[in-house]
Design a protein around this ligand. Structure first.
Ligand code: ARG
Length: 460
């Protein structure tokens, strides 16, 4: 018999039970549910709404249920719909009438709002912890490659010289913002919906400050309708996770390119690559490809919850039961991807020789050549044109700028002197880009130190 069967004369159709039940997925909220119920019961006792004997029985009963669930001894029933009713039914079966008093001054609406909020609050530090680990890996790999000249790209065309460290630290900056985005979400969500009741609060003299404090919230939510209706925090989490995946996916795309024979900037460790069932020579970057692929499902999770919430009138609507699976899926996906990706980056071999060779072709020192003339007095726009002509000439003759004789250079501008060859050396072009945020070693050192300090400040 259902907990809410009072006003019904017929049993629920089996298909309706199947559609209605969320126990298949919301059982993972059991810890939050029990924690919330313990706080609620303690408050009911202190406010004189139920007896202290009932509070003790409820506390003992819930603690036992928690242990039994953890030990895998509890079988949930679809008849009891969701985790909230399953636990309440178990409690009543174990302790009798006291169990039936637990739901005084509470609704499943504020109960689920509480449980889900606490779940999100619990998972955020797991994800930020993984992001911080990834930051450490990026810093370590960057430190090893501060002098590794590689071509920087725009439009996937070789553009200007950078270092591999500079490239990695760009991602480190992005993941750092991801961490702070998640921290913002955690700060904003930390208000307690418990005590909102079904939607309109309650006539019992409850103490919402007490339950909020007991459950580690900054305070209770100020409007009971909002308390049971808000899922912003889940959407913020999904947005932040989508952006994490977007960043990972961009780096994944680069790793995939870098692994190709066309680039060969990196070689993946055998533990982070896979083979082909037919082509014996293959070593595939599946980790990076799966991360890129799974980005789509996390975006999908965000879109599905945004769409569920759109157009829902206040307050609770059963549609909102659809909030959980996308969030669980996104959290599981990100928590699987982040450490695997970090491991892949940590163990890959960086082929600085191939990066340097690629940097040598593609005229990535052309800007430096124009800057050389500009520093000798030629207006930059004129220098740009002169070097453009040199590049066209070199392209036709299959040469690089630094392979031109001084006489050939002087033929287009008498400002060229012997020191131009130093100015065109890629190592110098990279090392002299010391503007704030640039690839020069002192600047990548600053970037690495800042990220390291950011990580350290979050390690307890
Ligand atoms: N399983 C439900 C959910 O996840 C719990 C809330 C049910 N409330 C209700 N009024 N039917 O949303």
């Amino acid at each position: 018999m259902k907990l809410w069967s009072g006003r019904f004369e017929k049993d629920t159709d089996a298909l309706v039970n199947e559609l209605n039940a969320s126990i298949g997925f919301d059982q993972r909220l059991y810890r939050e549910d029990i924690q919330g119920s313990l706080a609620h019961a303690a408050m009911l006792g202190e406010c004189g709404i139920i007896s202290t004997e009932d509070v003790s029985a409820i506390t003992r009963g819930l603690t036992g249920i928690l242990e039994d669930i953890k030990a895998g001894k509890v079988e949930f029933s679809a008849e009891n719909e969701d985790i909230h009713m399953n636990i309440e039914a178990l409690l009543t079966a174990r302790i009798g009438d006291a169990g039936k008093r637990l739901h005084t001054a509470r609704s499943r609406n504020d109960q689920v709002a509480l449980d889900f909020r606490m779940y999100v609050r619990r998972e955020i530090p797991v994800v930020t912890g993984q992001l911080l680990h990834l930051e450490k890996v990026l810093c370590r790999r960057a430190r090893q490659n501060q002098n590794a000249v590689m071509p920087g790209y725009t439009h996937l065309q070789r553009a200007q010289p950078i270092s591999f460290a500079q490239h990695l630290m760009a991602y480190a900056a992005q993941f750092r913002r991801d961490v702070t985005r998640l921290e913002d979400c955690a700060r904003r969500l930390n208000e307690c919906p418990l005590g909102s009741g079904a939607l309109a609060g309650t006539t019992y003299p409850i103490d919402r400050m007490q339950t909020a404090a007991a459950l580690g919230f900054d305070g209770p939510m100020g409007n009971s309708l909002d308390g049971v209706s808000d899922r912003d925090y889940a959407l913020e989490l999904l947005s932040a996770l989508s952006i994490v995946m977007m960043h990972l996916s961009r780096l994944a795309e680069e790793v995939i390119l870098w692994c190709s024979w066309e680039f060969k900037f990196v070689e993946l460790d055998d533990a982070y690559a896979t083979g082909s069932s037919i082509m014996p020579q293959k070593k595939n970057p599946d980790v990076a490809e799966l991360v890129r692929g799974k980005t789509g499902r996390v975006y999908g999770d965000l879109m599905s919850l945004l769409t569920v919430m759109k157009g829902l009138p206040l307050a609770y609507n059963k549609d909102m039961q659809e909030d959980k699976e996308p969030v669980f899926d996104a959290v599981d996906t990100v928590e699987l991807c982040l450490p695997a990706f970090a491991g892949m980056l940590d163990t890959m071999t960086v082929r600085t020789d191939n990066m340097r060779a690629a940097a040598g072709r593609g005229f990535i020192n052309a800007t430096d050549c124009a800057d050389y003339l500009t520093k000798k007095g030629m207006p930059f726009r004129d220098a740009y044109t002169v070097v453009g002509r040199l590049v066209a000439d070199c392209t036709a003759r299959g040469k690089t700028l630094e392979e031109l004789e001084l006489e050939e250079l002087k033929a287009v501008s008498d400002l060229f002197e012997k020191d131009v060859y130093e100015a065109l050396k890629l190592e110098n072009c990279m090392a002299l880009r010391g503007s704030y945020g640039g690839p020069a070693v002192q600047e990548t050192t600053r970037q690495i130190q800042e990220i390291e300090a950011f990580v350290k400040a979050r390690e307890h």
